[in-house]
Ligand binder design. Structure first.
Ligand SMILES: NC(=O)C1=CN([C@@H]2O[C@H](COP(=O)(O)OP(=O)(O)OC[C@H]3O[C@@H](n4cnc5c(N)ncnc54)[C@H](OP(=O)(O)O)[C@@H]3O)[C@@H](O)[C@H]2O)C=CC1
Ligand SMILES: O=C(O)C1=N[C@H](C(=O)O)C[C@H](O)C1
Length: 246
């Protein structure tokens, strides 16, 4: 029997593409919800649910996954520490793939970012992350930019919070802090998603850029993650697990 996949926020930009990719993968669309609807019936009718809606919905959707005993693929960005903690708690009872970006190239980028950061001393190389997205995006910096920042911090043997964040500089900011990680977010037009990680030293710069031209790449990855979750033990997984990049 085909895997039944449910989609929260099915009328959204990602929701519509996810429905197409469920069919393309030979799975069955169990149904979808719109904003304000009770997610419980969808979780009950699904083998796995994919959630690309909004950060503020993540806690309720994680709770619905636990109540129904169903795996969850979570792609929403901009989650607060409390919302991420709620997802991690749910993942003790059901398997969850939570990824900032479901594009394979970005997940390779994250791995390379960590290695670059480990090789380039923070006293000499300032790490700056620049992202650009479509004018409708409601959170900044993007989830992917935050994931890149976390990868750089990991490579440097620290955390993003401990390294220090310089985001959205404006006015009399003072000089850049050594070892901090900088973020800049651009919004305009219909840019699907662009991320650049720059290491800037006195005598050289090295930059890596990823560009998505079609958000279908995220939908394909999320459906792949949903199918990969079938039969998994409870736990908090990432796209690198789905792609076998661990
Ligand atoms: N991890 C990844 O690879 C990717 C992540 N994303 C993330 O996915 C999310 C959705 O993006 P996108 O599809 O472009 O956004 P859209 O605004 O196009 O779609 C979001 C959908 O979710 C619904 N929704 C909004 N808030 C809630 C809520 N509180 N509860 C239930 N449903 C809700 C909306 O309903 P309504 O229409 O009524 O507002 C809408 O149908 C964003 O957080 C985005 O950053 C996007 C692409 C890739
Ligand atoms: O909102 C988007 O569109 C995207 N959101 C994700 C993010 O915040 O990183 C992934 C991708 O960049 C598109």
């Amino acid at each position: 029997m085909a895997t039944r996949i449910g989609i929260t926020g099915i009328a959204g930009r990602m929701g519509r593409l996810l429905a197409e990719e469920v069919a393309a993968a030979g799975a069955a669309l169990a149904g979808g919800t719109r904003r304000g609807e009770d997610p419980a019936p969808l979780f009950a009718a699904s083998d796995v649910v994919i959630d690309f809606t909004h950060a503020t919905a993540a806690t309720a959707h994680a709770a619905a996954a636990v109540a129904a005993g169903k795996p969850l693929v979570l792609g929403s960005s901009g989650l607060s520490p409390a919302e991420e903690a709620a997802v991690a708690k749910a993942a003790r009872q059901v398997p969850v793939v939570y990824a900032a970006n479901f594009a394979p190239g970005v997940n390779l980028f994250l791995a390379i970012a960590e290695r670059m950061a480990a090789a380039l001393p923070p006293e000499q190389y300032d790490a700056e992350i620049v992202e650009m997205h479509h004018r409708q995006k409601v959170d900044a910096p993007s989830g992917t930019a935050v994931a890149l920042g976390r990868a750089v911090a990991r490579g440097r043997g620290t955390t993003l919070e401990a390294a220090g964040i310089e985001s959205g500089r404006d006015g009399h900011t003072g000089a850049r802090g050594t070892g901090t990680i900088g973020f800049a977010a651009l919004r305009g037009g219909q840019v699907v998603g662009e991320h650049t990680l720059l290491f800037a030293a006195g005598s050289e710069h090295i930059a890596l850029t990823h560009r998505s031209f079609d958000r279908r790449v995220y939908a394909t990855g999320a459906v792949r993650a949903a199918l990969w979750l079938q039969g998994r033990a409870p736990g908090l997984y990432d796209m690198k697990h789905v792609l076998g990049m661990e």
